[in-house]
Design a protein around this ligand. Sequence first.
Ligand code: AP5
Ligand code: MG
Length: 210
Amino acid sequence: MKYIFLGPPGAGKGTLAAKVADEYKLPHISTGAIFRSAIKNETPLGLQVKAIIDSGALVSDELTVALVRERLSEDDVRAGFILDGFPRTIAQADALAGITAIDAAVNFDISDDAVIERLSGRRVCRTCGRNFHVSFMPPAREGVCDDCGGALYVRDDDKIEAIKNRLVVYREQTAPLIAYYRERGLLVDIDARPATDAVLEEFRAKFPKA
Ligand code: AP5
Ligand code: MG
């Protein structure tokens, strides 16, 4: 299956994608994670996108589509994939349709207040990128990743001003994709408000493993 995970920032797309990728044996492709890795490694791409991402704006369609096109040309995606955080504009969705046909657009449904609570408490491992939350998914030792022992940090785009900007950008540029995929018969809503295990349970019920 070829899934896209659609929804506002902080809806839990990345958290659920990691679990589904593991359980359904699918590659998890997060454009945000690719950009963050490039920033960390100070590659030319990273230097180009850092200020844009920190402010909560979107990277250009041209750059993002080129990155995804290259990733989707690799062998491991033939049987399926989870695209997390792409497409984010109608132009990106049109470009994706020219690259491959997806099976489902999973829409994570959640309120702005919950998003702000989730993002302002998020902590990310500097080494492996795993996400935690100070209240909802705390690490066993404060500030330390359970998986690899790396240090946890607050993403620059999880500062309150950037969160608010990301919500505006989401509403203006990404939310129209809900109607786009509904019209094509590909939209499947998922209630993103409960705890992760319950969200995963709803996903399993809607997409039973073959
Ligand atoms: P990206 O990394 O995609 O960020 P985002 O969409 O803003 O989403 P987040 O990663 O913030 O949220 P999420 O839904 O993955 O939530 P998470 O699981 O972490 O993109 C970052 C930036 O890169 C963009 O702003 C843009 O600049 C650029 N970019 C990326 N893709 C692009 C594209 N296609 N085009 C242009 N630019 C692009 O969960 C959030 C928190 O909540 C965590 O702390 C987690 O522990 C907690 N949590 C998760 N689920 C639950 C739950 N069920 N209950 C309680 N807590 C939960
Ligand atoms: Mg994410």
